[in-house]
Design a protein around this ligand. Sequence first.
Ligand code: NDP
Length: 506
Amino acid sequence: MSVQPLDAVATTPPIAEEARRDVPGFVLSGDRRMWIGGTWVAASSGLTLSNTDPVTEEPLATVPRGDAADVDAAVRAAKKAFADPAWAAMTPDRRGRVLHQIADVIEQHAEELATIDSVNMGAPRMITRNMLAEASEIFRYYAGWPTKLFGTQVPTRDNRLAYTRREPLGVVGIIWGWNGPMGQLPGKLAPALAAGNTVVLKPAETASLSTLRLAELLSYTDLPEGVVNVVTGRGDEAGQALVAHPDVTKIAFTGSTATGKHVQRTATETLKHVTLELGGKSPSVVFADANLEQAARGVAAGFLGNAGQACVSTTRILVQESVREEFTALLKKAMTTVFTPADSLSSGTVVGPLSTKAQFDRVSSYLELAVREGANVVTGGTRYGDHGYFIAPTLLDDVHPDMRVVREEIFGPVGALMTFTDVDDAIAKANDTEYGLAASIWTTDLSTAHRVAAAVQAGTVWVNTWGEMSTGSLPFGGYKQSGLGREGGLEVLDAYTQSKAVVVAL
Ligand code: NDP
């Protein structure tokens, strides 16, 4: 079969005209400003960046194209706020209450922020609403921590009092992706603030609008000026300047593995603390004893959720040989019924468009590559409709482990189906990747589930489910080239604090 990703194969999903009447003007038009030191400013260069609605292909509001000069102003504001007693001497219980206030404003404006993200980057509202619900919960989880970040008294010599203090790092730079603006930020911003740091945020250039609106909402809380600053702009300008800035102590980064490596190299020059949440090529492993209908829906969600633009997408589908045909039929049915692409704002939409034209072109080229590499297209393989950046949910089989479509992160609604014979073969194939972010296992056998969960090299393993995240209490991060460090759980507080030893002669 020849694949022509740029040809339409279905009627364009209708535009949800009624839902679009309620879209906030904030996202639709105008020139937004950046938030630096408690003031709204344009880029010092005067330049702006455009945004496009991926469903309608209409232009949206512009954002400033901040550069090194703007980053420097934001870092200076954050450094000043870090030393200011308004923040530095704020009592832990008061800081906890400020985090609760942030949770409150997010809750009160969740629908608005979710809609801004859905229009700006195309994720269905079902997904962006979930992200906002989790966002406020994450701030509430960390609101309990400032009062519990204590050091210890350490026994040394009789005439000495030795103790440790747990102190914030200073100015933290936070850089993250366009695929979940309000999903990825809270797991970094909330612990950074809970620990008493100040921050400079650099959202993705194509999905900055919700962050700017959030900054506006934060200005209604008791957060002192300069504690949170936002610089919008390109990764290779504003992002690069933030990572290189000598007064930034830590970088918390979410993005591709290639950019993550570059960030780490740059940060080494000034010996910054770095945590990296990177890409994946995660497996779904379906055993013959699984509830196959349930597994088919879960596996489809695993690589079609957010149109496949999720770091935890389980895009390598490993099925036990004996149920290959039955499972493939069930999966295809789920893909073509439940997961039909539609306007991000229509109610019930589970798959929207790809976020940008660049991402659409990138995924299209992978579909062409799949056919050149000899894969069979079971379903999809083309553009969906003739307007908007929609790609049809795509299943490939007849693939082998060396194909680029099996090894590389496509970041679109594309899954590759392969088979395995037994548990050992499943584990070997699941681990045959340079990534290690997530895995889902589908089986009714308890012992198989735990054996595979232990053996899979991945930071998160789901059994008979996919994509469930904690709202702060579970660690999240990657094995191998999927990342460095963890978000969530107790470990993340180490990533935003440093210990000081104090020895007193008595
Ligand atoms: P990129 O790596 O392209 O960009 C991520 C962020 O880094 C953006 O804000 C980008 O800015 C910025 N950036 C780009 N170049 C530089 C630079 N030289 N210095 C500093 N910052 C820079 O990733 P994508 O936005 O394409 O996001 C998709 C990737 O993110 C996928 O690989 C996905 O798997 C991964 N991801 C990982 C998650 C995890 O938790 N492990 C969660 C979600 C996604 P700009 O946009 O302006 O270029």
